[in-house]
Design a protein around this ligand. Sequence first.
Ligand code: GTP
Ligand code: OAA
Ligand code: MN
Length: 580
Amino acid sequence: MSTSNVSLKNWVDEVARLTQPASIYWCTGSDAENSNLIEAMLESGDLIKLNQTTHPNCYLHRSDPSDVARVEHLTFVCTRSKEDAGPNNNWMEPGEAHRKVDALFAGAMRGRTLYVIPYCMGPIDSPYSRCGVEITDSPYVVANMRIMTRMGTEALRRIEREGSFVKGLHSIGDLSPERRYIMHFPEELTIKSIGSGYGGNALLGKKCHALRIASWQARDEGWLAEHMLIMGLQNPEGRTHYIAAAFPSACGKTNLAMLVPPASMPGWKIWTVGDDICWMQVDDEGRLRAINPEAGYFGVVPGTNSKTNHNAYDMIRRDTIFTNVAVTADGQPWWEGLEEGTPTTNWKGQPYTPGDGPAAHPNSRFTVSAKRNPIYSTLADAPEGVPISAILFGGRRREVAPLVYEAHDWAHGVLVGAGMASETTAAAVGQTGVVRRDSMAMKPFCGYNFGDYWQHWLSFEHKAKQLPRIFHVNWFRRDAQGRFMWPGFGENLRVLRWITERCEGKVGAQETAIGHLPRRQDFDLYGLDVDTATLDALLSVDAAAWRTEMQEIGTYLDQFGARVPDALRAQQRKVLAALG
Ligand SMILES: Nc1nc2c(ncn2[C@@H]2O[C@H](COP(=O)(O)OP(=O)(O)OP(=O)(O)O)[C@@H](O)[C@H]2O)c(=O)[nH]1
Ligand SMILES: O=C([O-])CC(=O)C(=O)O
Ligand SMILES: [Mn+2]
């Protein structure tokens, strides 16, 4: 195969000279190509066949045990000026970064096949979509990119029409953490990733392109690239509101986007547009419109069962690639929280006996096409996207953050997002359960200085005529015994109901220093199994704790120095003053 895009052709030639592959293969995205790849991976051991009777067309990939999550300490944004990357990113001078990784790429594909993957992020015919090409030596990456993006010939044709595309070079290298780097060159629309085969590090269309590079482009071009789910909520009268929600990694986006309404809320319907990434532009009517740049889900497996999320549970019973789950004696995938079956082999492929600790890796994942989702929105493939009524920010906070509150206005909402904090999870290497600031769930993903990013968010007050309302949610408050106080999952619809009714001006709230909170009478409590004292605790503001919180947010903003917008500092001072 060849291409009329000279810059693409030259780049592939140049990479081949550097990496020395045994052969070069241009991916078309066809079914036959995928079957051949799967066959080859079964032979090489890259994939293991799962029970094809219970789980048709499902496979297991076991990654290197040192390569199971994103590596934030090895992820760099390489801009000419260090200030442009900001204190929120690791930075390296671009020339030095290229030299460092190119030395590792030299000869890295010897004896291997170099795959060229043209892909489109977003519906192939959408003006909001953007294309890229990933070069990789990992067939697992090819199979995953085929599920996660619109990959192959159609994307290549769009690249040939448009000319420009994001260049992503990936090799698993020797998988050594000492020789692992995820480098971004936003000014060159280039990504270089070596030494990891794990999702967020290796599927370059996802975090590297659709968030880090795209956020940079979005700032320049006046749009937003965000770590958000997109969902439609249809009320019993048949009106649908679309909501975008930013929660940090492994904090509930996939689950909220695929929510199953509780039996006590008949008539409500949920539609998934996206579960991880959201690109938003201001449309002709001055509203924010969103597309999901992805075509599949790379979701957290543990915790998924028929009660927490029946949609996800059904969805991953066929045509799914599992990564790092455990296996039962009869070859079915198994994970903590599945609540059926018994694992006999752990995620590393070793014999497992109960009591050995987790059998599946806490960050084990499924890769599955969005088309497998039983509630996939008919508008998810619409080139014009969906209009957004509300934006939610949310974290995993055992204390302080109430179940839900609404920001006073857009500028205050930007502060709510900027000051977000959450407990760290297994999605990234490092200690879990540590509270850290994760501004708009973009701490690991914003490709430029957070100070500039907040300014960009504030600027939409002038760019758009009908801005979404902004809310903050927290499903993860704990009691003194460490138990979750809120049942979560399907019951989260009660919070979403209040949110959509706020958007329609139909429901009340109490005014507090941190924003509007629902009173008990504003909330759909029918059939909810939460006692009054717990509900009151979930819906109250602890002024002392919030004074500390706002002071800490102030200190956090100070880190970004002169790049912090004055309007944001003013918001922080205003809330602090209101807390008394
Ligand atoms: N207690 C509780 N747990 C939840 C809730 N929603 C999701 N979880 C759990 O949180 C974990 C991560 O949830 P996901 O929905 O996969 O997270 P995500 O935000 O899509 O994560 P990334 O793909 O890493 O960006 C899973 O183990 C879920 O079972 C909830 O409402 N309450
Ligand atoms: O990118 C990944 O590996 C998975 C993901 O969604 C995240 O970590 O937020
Ligand atoms: Mn994510």
